[in-house]
Design a protein around this ligand. Structure first.
Ligand code: 5GP
Ligand code: ZN
Length: 116
């Protein structure tokens, strides 16, 4: 079963067709640095399966979402955000979502910095 959307940039990153600076990878999840960071530490966590946004999440994704959030503190610490961080999931047009493959932003590092 293929989970990839051929037009999706994050599916291409998950499949290694587009390079990324990885912070984490397992069978279900991938973490990589945001190409345009808004904070000293800014990485994204995505499921490898193509889910467009939080609006398409179903009961079958609950464990996956839980794992993504549970991983955030460990990866934040390992990547230099050891004094707290912010988690953001932009969802839909009014949520400012640009890439329609579910992703969790993890942003931290020494302040000042702010997300616009
Ligand atoms: P959002 O959809 O939550 O508004 O933002 C998508 C995020 O993905 C942006 O912060 C943007 O910088 C990041 N992004 C978009 N394309 C790429 C890419 O090709 N590589 C990486 N590493 N990040 C990307
Ligand atoms: Zn995708």
């Amino acid at each position: 079963m293929s989970h990839a959307d051929p037009n999706c940039i994050f599916c291409k990153i998950a499949e290694g067709q587009i390079p990324s600076r990885k912070v984490y990878e397992d069978e279900e999840l991938l973490g990589f640095h945001d190409i345009r960071p808004h904070a000293p530490v800014h990485f994204l966590l995505i499921p490898k399966v193509h889910v467009p946004s939080l609006q398409e999440v179903g009961p079958e994704h609950e464990a996956l979402l839980g794992r993504m959030l549970a991983l955030a503190p460990r990866l934040a610490r390992e990547n230099g955000a050891d004094n707290g961080f912010r988690v953001v999931v932009n969802t839909g047009p009014d949520g400012g979502q640009e890439v329609y493959h579910l992703h969790v932003h993890v942003m931290g590092g020494p302040r000042p910095w702010r997300v616009g």
